[in-house]
Design a protein. Structure first.
Length: 210
């Protein structure tokens, strides 16, 4: 069982309204209940410097940044987050659960935003080398349903990406699906249309805790 092995870096991915933020909290609670050392973090953000950059990215008009500007800000935040939070936690023997990571950059700025995937991958290699999540969980839900969920809960303070139209979110969804096909050993697809309890069971199975 994974809990008896080395620390795990688990990332949660999906479109808006996919339920990943609920599931990451539930997994965190489960690990704590099993007395497994675990940290909960997010991107963009997760470290002091990265949280400052997050404010620039998630607030304001949807046309505030073009895709390359967003990407460079995201990678600046990610570098700070990984070096100052994620790697030190793993070195201490702690699991790390992260709400979004580099797959979101490839999906949002690449597949949905139109930047060349090859260029994004080269940037990823420059900044992270071969560092990657142990396991990534992709929450698969129709983007229309996901957006309807965000409307129900309200956009709130950080609604910039949610305000993009359905065409953008369809490209985003297709991008995540393609990433899952490319890396089936790392990325586990979970049906996010199920009740919360059923999704949670699938998440536990994905990380070896069922």
């Amino acid at each position: 069982m994974l809990a008896a092995q080395k620390p795990q870096f688990i990332t949660f991915e999906g479109g808006e309204g996919s339920g990943k933020s609920t599931q990451i909290r539930l997994l965190h609670q489960e690990l704590v209940s099993r007395e497994i050392q675990v940290g909960l973090t997010r991107e963009p953000g997760g470290s002091e410097g990265a949280e400052e950059i997050r404010e620039l990215l998630v607030n304001g008009d949807k046309g505030r940044w073009d895709a390359w500007s967003e990407t460079l800000l995201l990678w600046a935040a990610r570098r700070d987050h990984v070096e100052n939070v994620v790697k030190p936690a793993l070195a201490r023997g702690s699991w790390v659960l992260c709400d979004r990571f580099f797959d979101s950059t490839i999906a949002y700025q690449g597949y949905a935003g139109g930047l060349p995937i090859g260029d994004l991958r080269r940037l990823q290699e420059m900044i992270l080398g071969n560092f990657a999540p142990t396991k990534t969980i992709f929450f698969d839900i129709d983007p229309k349903i996901g957006l309807e969920r965000t409307v129900e809960r309200g956009l709130g303070k950080e609604g910039r990406f949610e305000s993009f139209d359905l065409t953008f979110h369809q490209r985003l969804y297709d991008g995540f699906k393609e990433l899952a096909l490319q890396e089936p050993d790392r990325i586990v697809t979970v049906d996010a249309n199920q009740p919360v309890e059923s999704v949670q069971r699938d998440v536990l199975k994905a990380v070896g805790l069922n």
